[in-house]
Design a protein around this ligand. Structure first.
Ligand code: ZN
Ligand code: ZN
Length: 328
């Protein structure tokens, strides 16, 4: 890019003008370090907005449009922001829009981030010529560190903005509407691109991460895309078989058929009554039957149970247990 002799000369002139503070940022991220993140390629390629050249360099460095091109004056991506929200069980399944109040640090609204009192401007730090860096020579090599006079900002403020005490930063809060997709689970973290802190000087916004908490439902649970429910049944229903109604989430109850001789805690699958997935398919409802043992019995029921006990007296349900316990 320095093939053009004339521009090469301009480059050398500029270099001497800025007392060595002007250097190609090697091994650094674009926009970090160097001469205020200033890209030499822009000067010498002739593709810059002023057609390149030294005139453009001066225009950029010194207050063109009332701005200074220093460490504080480069496009910067907004910060990523993390927040959390609590959803009802149903909203987590169906998806919803929530209002999120975000508090974060941004440019001071009074001085627009300059840190200077109204009617004044910060000036380029004379110590570091606006680079925000100072170089020290230690024998044969030099080290670079943040300028002590401007703390790396590249600017010094003579009359600080009373609102932010010259920092140029202020806490502010804003409310945004965030779309929470259907089917989120408790503890899930959702990324909302470009909904974080606004960028500065034309930089892109950061991302917003929302940690979702889901309130428990009194009846239903979640297992991925499946809903779970525990269904109380009687011993007679499991033994003799029955048709029982079980609730479904946001729908009419469904009937499941319990075959005779069903063990306690068996889980029945009700297809398509779960949570809708991203791909459009829907999970199932898993209904687990659980025997309820009555605390109080009327006399008729009590004598029937007593009759059952007599009728099954020969059957010891623990026989196998005791036998197998003897195995090595
Ligand atoms: Zn301010
Ligand atoms: Zn400085």
């Amino acid at each position: 890019m320095l093939s053009d002799e004339k521009r090469r000369k301009e480059y050398d002139e500029a270099r001497s003008l800025f007392g060595g503070g002007f250097r190609v940022p090697t091994g650094q991220r674009p926009g970090q370090g160097g001469f205020g993140g200033f890209d030499l390629g822009d000067i010498f390629s002739g593709t810059g907005d002023g057609g390149g050249g030294l005139g453009d360099l001066f225009g950029t460095v010194f207050n063109r449009g009332g701005r200074t091109n220093t460490a504080q004056n480069r496009a910067r991506r907004g910060a990523d922001v993390e927040t959390e929200t609590t959803l009802t069980f149903g909203d987590a399944i169906d998806g919803t829009t929530v209002a999120l109040r975000l508090t974060g640090e941004g440019p001071c609204p009074v001085c627009h981030g300059t840190g200077a009192k109204a009617g004044t401007m910060p000036r380029v730090c004379p110590t570091c010529n606006g680079t925000g860096q100072s170089s020290r020579n230690l024998g044969s090599f030099g080290i670079s560190e943040p300028c002590k006079d401007c703390h790396g900002r590249g600017l010094v403020v003579d009359d600080p903005c009373p609102e932010c005490s010259g920092s140029g930063r202020a806490m502010s809060s804003r409310t945004i509407q965030a779309r929470i997709p259907a089917g989120v689970a408790d503890g899930q973290r959702i990324k909302l691109a470009a909904k974080g802190a606004p960028g500065e000087r034309g930089g892109p916004a950061g991302d917003l991460y929302v940690r979702v908490h889901v309130k428990p439902h009194p009846v239903f649970g979640r297992s991925g895309a499946n809903l779970t429910v525990t269904v109380p049944v009687t011993f007679a229903e499991l033994t003799l078989g029955a048709e029982v109604k079980v609730p479904s989430h946001r729908g009419a109850p469904v009937t499941i058929r319990i075959p005779p001789g069903t063990p306690n805690r068996r889980t029945f699958t009700v297809r398509g009554k779960g949570v809708r997935r991203k791909d459009g398919t829907t999970g199932n409802m898993l209904a687990t039957v659980e025997v309820m043992v009555p605390k109080d019995l009327n006399s008729k029921a009590r004598s029937a149970i007593e009759e059952l006990r007599e009728a099954t007296a020969g059957q010891d349900p623990r026989e196998e247990l005791l036998e197998r316990a003897k195995e090595a």
